[in-house]
Design a protein around this ligand. Structure first.
Ligand SMILES: Cc1ncc(COP(=O)(O)O)c(C=O)c1O
Length: 469
């Protein structure tokens, strides 16, 4: 078993760690006045997705495509082979996915939802159930558009923001078994597993759980597909929390995890440290054939799938960087740093602290607001007004509507997400963020909610507009 490399701090017996990189290029930030932010918030309909980035100070909207690439990745960009067919960069990407994720066949896509679209169209039959460990917005929508019905099979603890279960992303095997008993294996398209679980607060799935799911699914002939978007972060939590994994590397853990699944899709804009890109990878040849066919209809030829050659090169290098233990420790260490500050100050957040973001518990922030007064949307708007920090709603607005009844979904979790981009901000930025959250928390009792005045049909959280009540 290889020994996990230690940070400098650990090697010298100290507690602190530092980023395993230094800054080579900087991008100036804009500081606005309160009046300017009031104006910008009104123009954006109190939706942080509709703000112009020039009006944002610290941008914690998402960790998707917002990371900083390394000098090696930028050098790789210069080696782009922009041939329409057979670009050498595709073969580098294919080899990196095979090496670190372990699947046999790889189809590139422009980003995660391109992959979700194709896998959903390829395998879901109308009327089938797609059980998953909590929904993700684009994943569920593509499953629904393909004729499937999502069903949540995550453990109950995941819906409780203060429950300290170490693997709140786990699948409840009893729920899966009950579903198989009810609709039969044929009634299930596949089990849709995400690690970590974004909407639950970046919570991980344990190795024990995925192994047990594999055994259960093998018994019934059900496939297990993985949303591998943050599987390297998931692997860090396994290394830290699960018995028998402390001395395994992130690369070893991730590959073992993937080995219990039949296929995966990826939004490479997260773990893999690139600004755009994704892929689908499968072991089954016939499914690969189908996907390789679909990709030319929706994304591009099967050796670029909507990416430029240079993008695929940066991604191949990013995959290699993403499995470095020092990188992942620092990345999650920064999230923990911010979260622990907030916990110390009594601010209600989802615990345990997850991998890619701090999720503020908006229901606990604003107990006087009803869920239809959009507490998490309100909190994101208040944070922006206080300091120009941009967060994102992950509650009833993101939940959307049930396509059958037309009513809101009313998720139990009503959260505002402070998402930390990879290798972009320093610990000093985290201090500023924590202070702003505290200031907004201190004014919570006088905060009013919002009403929705414009609602788009699909993925409404991106473009909905609100006014103050
Ligand atoms: C867990 C998860 N799956 C899928 C996606 C969709 O990926 P993309 O935004 O690249 O289309 C995301 C994006 O946020 C995600 O977090």
């Amino acid at each position: 078993m290889s020994e996990t490399p230690k940070t400098m701090g650990q090697q010298f017996g100290r507690r602190s760690w530092a980023e395993p990189w230094k800054i080579k290029m900087v991008e100036p930030l804009t500081v606005t006045t309160r009046e300017e932010r009031e104006q910008a918030a009104i123009e954006a309909g109190f939706n942080t997705f509709l703000l112009k980035s020039k009006d944002v100070y610290i941008d914690l909207l998402t960790d998707s495509g917002t990371g900083a690439m390394s000098d090696r990745q930028w050098a790789g960009m210069m080696m782009g082979d922009e041939a329409y067919a057979g670009s050498r960069n595709f073969y580098h990407l294919e080899a990196a996915v095979q090496k670190y994720y372990g699947y046999k066949h790889v189809v590139p896509t422009h980003q995660g939802r391109g992959a979700e679209h194709m896998i959903s169209q390829a395998v879901i039959k109308k009327g089938q159930i797609v059980p998953g460990n909590m929904y993700f917005t684009t994943t569920r929508l593509h499953q629904e558009l393909a004729g499937g019905t999502f069903q949540d099979v995550i453990i109950d603890e995941a819906h409780d923001p203060s429950n300290l279960h170490p693997f709140k992303g786990n699948i409840d095997l009893d729920k899966v078994q009950a579903l198989i008993d009810k609709v039969g294996a044929d009634g299930i398209a596949y089990i849709s597993v995400a690690g970590t679980v974004n909407m639950a607060g970046g919570q991980p799935v344990s190795m024990e759980n995925i192994k047990a799911l594999r055994a259960l699914c093998d018994k019934h002939g059900v496939k297990v597909y993985l949303d591998a978007t943050r599987i390297m972060e998931n692997s860090y939590f396994i290394q830290q929390r699960e018995e028998g994994y402390a001395n395994k590397t992130i690369a070893e853990i991730a590959k073992e995890f993937c080995s219990y699944t039949d296929a995966a899709w990826m939004s490479a804009k997260k773990d893999s440290l690139v600004n755009i890109g994704g892929w689908l990878a499968v072991n089954d040849w016939d499914l690969f054939e189908e996907l390789r066919n679909l990709v030319v209809v929706y994304e591009g030829l099967h050796t670029y799938g909507g990416q430029a050659g240079r993008d695929m090169e940066a991604l191949a290098i990013g995959i290699e960087e993403s499995v470095q233990d020092d990188h992942i420790r620092t990345r999650i260490g920064q999230v923990l740093y911010l979260g622990e500050l907030l916990v110390d100050w009594g601010v209600p957040i989802v615990q345990p602290i997850g991998g890619h973001a701090i999720f503020l518990d908006a229901k606990a922030f604003y107990p006087h607001l009803k869920q239809v007064e959009f507490p998490a949307q309100t909190l994101a708007a208040e944070l922006y007004l206080d300091s120009g920090i941009r967060a994102m709603e992950r509650g009833i607005v993101s939940g959307g509507r049930d396509p059958k009844t037309g009513d809101h979904y009313y998720p139990k979790l009503e959260l505002t997400r402070l998402t930390i981009p990879r290798r972009v901000y320093t610990q000093a930025h985290m201090d500023v963020v924590a202070e702003s959250v505290k200031a907004v928390y201190d004014q919570r009792e006088s905060t009013r909610g919002l009403k929705m005045v414009y609602e788009p049909k699909y993925l409404r959280f991106f473009q909905a507009r609100f006014e103050r009540l």
